[in-house]
Design a protein around this ligand. Structure first.
Ligand code: F0G
Length: 355
């Protein structure tokens, strides 16, 4: 089998790159599509469920797909620095790809509101990390003003090259399954990713690689669900900090994906997100971050309403890896048990549970 050289190399014909584009890659893409082993049977009335595990990307989230394109194009256009607002993953990815490219990164994050793993990534890759006393939506507005005045490349998903890169996840799913799924579920925050997937599926369809299109199922956290309520949320709140966004930049793209595909965008509560998050870890062996579990929480919720038919093919994107947010994993788990360093003390504890 041919070695994997990153998604620009693999899907070059579908991407706005030329021979002159200096490709900045960390080997992103080619992530596993994992077949569910329990949830498929537990969901009513029995479905064919897969997880697209984007935590396997180099910086641990789907953002790397967009970032390889955005940073390559920024370098092609002569940028010396990039900037983004972020709930964490975009900043981690931008910092990694900019480090690889040898250019500077500035990230604006909501103070005290991003998961520890993501903060550590932006810091160790050498980004200038600016914490603002304000939320993501405010940070994005500031960043837009800065790039209007200074020659710094914006690498949020309003940069069209981000969407171009991220659409390749849809291509991979079709290549891995051999067909398009009937449903595609994903968490929605700033709404770039649902926009990108829908673009990817449509392009693959136009190119004759798939003959059907999936219905797009987007899920927002209940405390940050502007696309569901129909108006921006002033102070978004959810345990899933990655999608704590009140005024998504790709609002129109998300609604187009929903309406053109005949799908839905709904909300899931923090309790439902955590239920899906712990289920995935304890029953499917998959550790994702809380925001990622919103896609699965949404599918569980719809199945309880008899939304699906037997055997329906569903893909849930798990957008980021669980180690991004160790605090929540520890908070949601049983404490380790203290025991003397002694065989009989350990045996005593095992009795009645596994010996
Ligand atoms: N899941 C994770 C893990 C994310 O980090 C994000 C967005 C989303 C889902 C939602 O994707 O914004 O395209 O609808 N994170 C951005 C960030 C906002 O700054 O890292 P979206």
């Amino acid at each position: 089998m041919e070695p994997w050289h990153g998604l620009i190399h693999h899907y070059r014909g579908f991407l706005p790159v030329s021979d002159k584009t200096p490709v900045v890659t960390l080997g992103e893409g080619n992530t596993p599509l994992i077949r569910a082993s329990r949830l498929n049977r537990e969901l009513h009335p029995g479905v064919d469920l897969y997880f697209k595990y984007e935590g396997s990307n180099p910086s641990g989230s789907f953002k790397d797909r967009g970032m390889t394109c955005a940073i390559s194009k920024a370098v092609e256009e002569g940028a010396r620095a990039v900037i983004c607002a972020s709930t964490g993953n975009t900043s981690a990815s931008a910092a990694a790809y900019a480090a690889k490219a040898g250019i500077s990164t500035v990230v604006l994050i909501p103070e005290g509101q991003i998961a520890l793993g993501k903060l550590a990534q932006a810091m160790i890759h050498g980004a200038l990390v600016l914490q603002i006393r304000g939320n993501f939506d405010r940070a994005l507005n500031i960043v837009k003003d800065i790039v209007a005045r200074h020659p710094i490349a914006l690498v949020n998903s309003i940069n069209p090259f981000r969407i171009e890169g991220q659409k390749t996840a849809a291509f991979e799913i079709c290549d891995q399954l051999g067909i398009a799924p009937l449903y595609h579920a994903l968490p929605v925050g700033n709404a770039g990713n649902i926009t990108a997937y829908w673009k990817g599926y449509r392009e693959y369809n136009e190119a004759g690689r798939i003959s059907t299109l999936p219905k797009m199922l987007g899920f927002q956290a209940a405390g940050a669900a502007p696309l569901v309520t129909g108006r921006p949320v002033e102070s978004p709140e959810t345990i899933a900090s990655a999608i704590r966004i009140g005024n998504p930049a790709s609002w129109k793209g998300a609604l187009a994906a929903r309406d053109e595909s005949g799908g839905v965008i709904e909300s899931v509560t923090d309790e439902e997100i955590i239920e899906a998050y712990t289920y995935l870890a304890s029953k499917e062996g998959i550790f994702c971050e809380p925001a990622s579990a919103a896609s699965v929480a949404g599918v569980i919720k719809l199945s309880r309403r008899n939304f699906f038919s037997k055997g329906d093919g569903i893909v849930c994107t798990l957008t980021g890896g669980g180690l991004k947010d160790p605090d929540i994993a520890i908070r949601m788990s049983k404490d380790p048990v203290r025991v003397e360093a002694d065989v009989s003390a350990v045996e005593e504890l095992l009795r009645g549970c596994c010996i």
